[in-house]
Design a protein around this ligand. Structure first.
Ligand code: HEC
Length: 136
């Protein structure tokens, strides 16, 4: 190939893939999630499953919120505050109460996984619905 052809080919492949979103890789600065080509790593995928087992009926599908509890993707908490609220629960004094999950074996070990999923949603690395899974 001529050098120019090669450059054009390279530009098309490289920018085509990057610009089209395929093979784009997202990673949280603090390392909670990794999403490659729209596929979630094991932790983030597990977070999605846990979220849907215990949080979605109050916080809405995919973290978007409901009339009962706020969105968890619009203004995400920092990890320390998130862990505290999910372990201990929270009530600001109104009628709506969130119980703590600190003693629940289905959730307590996976709080960081749920955080990873919500962080990936908040930062736009994952869209709505069930994510695909990265091969291990
Ligand atoms: C029974 C309904 C219910 C369930 C189930 C529930 N929550 Fe909540 N959650 C709430 C309510 C209501 C609040 C607001 C409490 C308040 O501040 O008065 C809240 C608050 C929160 C907050 C703080 C939000 C903020 O911006 O300050 C986080 C984080 C949170 N929930 C995460 C979770 C996670 C993760 C799960 C699943 C493991 C979960 N919640 C399950 C009702 C629920």
């Amino acid at each position: 190939m001529h050098r120019l052809q090669y450059l054009v080919w390279f530009a098309v492949v490289f920018f085509g893939l990057a610009g089209g979103g395929t093979f784009a890789e997202h990673a949280a600065a603090d390392g909670f999630y990794r999403v490659v080509d729209g596929k979630a790593d094991a932790r983030t995928y597990n977070g999605y499953r846990r979220y849907n087992a215990g949080c979605n009926h109050c916080h809405g599908p995919d973290g978007i919120g409901s009339s009962f509890a706020s969105s968890l993707v619009d203004r995400p908490l920092g990890i320390e505050e998130f862990r505290r609220v999910v372990r201990n629960g929270r009530s600001s004094g109104g009628a709506s109460v969130m119980k703590g999950f600190g003693d629940d074996p289905n959730f307590a070990p996976y709080i960081d996984d749920i955080y990873a999923y919500l962080q990936a949603r908040a930062e736009g690395a994952l869209g709505r619905g069930r994510p695909q899974r990265l091969e291990p």
